[in-house]
Design a protein around this ligand. Structure first.
Ligand SMILES: C[S@@+](CC[C@H](N)C(=O)[O-])C[C@H]1O[C@@H](n2cnc3c(N)ncnc32)[C@H](O)[C@@H]1O
Length: 246
């Protein structure tokens, strides 16, 4: 996993410039997060730190980023060196991280879809729960397990497709292939059902689990039209999850 992300770190960073990232991903994520002024945030699977930096820029008091890929964090640290935001980056596997603090918010965009088994998912969710203060909240974006494979190619116009080589069952690899500026790169997510996510989040102690459909920003509709985004909204390749530690 770490080696693969090390090899695609630059391309992944570039893919964050796709319109879908700005008008759907970022818009939905920050809508879910709400006002983060003064909050302490642990960003798990922070990648090259695009959102990690934005949390600090939007007023979070403390931001820590964790990722398994040295190369992704090297890019994050380069940005930190250019423009200091006082973000701490830690190389680590979320499944083995343990408790590193008491945060108001733990976020982890596209982490849970790397769990290949219920046991791995539980280890990730346990780390998330352990690092939250009582009253804290977990917010994430994730591969939508419920997207029908029939629609996997319909997202080509947004710069990515998904493919599978076997029917969806626990642990099936779902390959995401991105095309950015005539270059392609890919990585695998893994299928676990929505029920498994719910069961494991509840098992580690989370309450009030909410599923959030992805949203398109008004600017995105203005720039590209509702029709352009409709295929994405119809097949819903991703979704958000929010839950609470009481
Ligand atoms: C699709 S990227 C998402 C990066 C960032 N959250 C974002 O939204 O731009 C997934 C990231 O998860 C990291 N990752 C995958 N499994 C991990 C694990 N077990 N522990 C820590 N990081 C992990 C990868 O190295 C990669 O940087």
């Amino acid at each position: 996993m770490a080696e693969h992300y090390d090899s695609i770190a630059q391309e992944y960073k570039k893919a964050k410039e796709l319109p879908i990232r700005l008008h759907i991903e970022r818009y939905t994520y920050f809508n879910m997060l709400g006002d983060i002024t003064g909050k302490s945030i642990l960003d798990l699977a922070c990648g090259e730190g695009l959102y990690t930096r934005q949390f600090k820029q939007k007023g979070a008091s403390l931001v820590v980023g964790v990722d398994i890929s040295e190369k992704m964090l090297e890019l994050a640290r380069q940005e930190e060196a250019k423009n200091q935001l006082d973000i701490q980056y830690i190389v680590g596997n979320v499944m083995e991280l343990g408790k590193i603090g008491d945060f108001d918010l733990v976020v982890a965009s596209y982490l849970l879809n790397y769990a290949q088994t219920e046991e791995q998912l539980q280890k990730m969710c346990q780390t998330i729960f352990t690092n939250l203060k009582p009253g804290g909240r977990f917010v994430t974006l994730n591969n939508n397990s419920e997207q029908s494979p029939i629609s996997y190619l319909k997202t080509e116009k947004y710069g990515f497709i998904k493919t599978i080589t076997e029917p969806l069952q626990p642990g099936t690899a779902i390959k995401l292939i991105f095309s950015v500026a005539d270059k392609q790169f890919s990585f695998d997510n893994y299928y676990l059902s929505k029920d498994t996510y719910k069961k494991v989040l509840e098992k580690v102690g989370f309450k009030d689990i909410r599923w959030q459909k992805m949203l398109v920003s008004p600017e995105g509709i203005k720039e590209f039209s509702q029709e352009f985004w409709q295929d994405y909204l119809d097949c819903m390749p991703h979704f958000g999850i929010e839950c609470f530690k009481y």
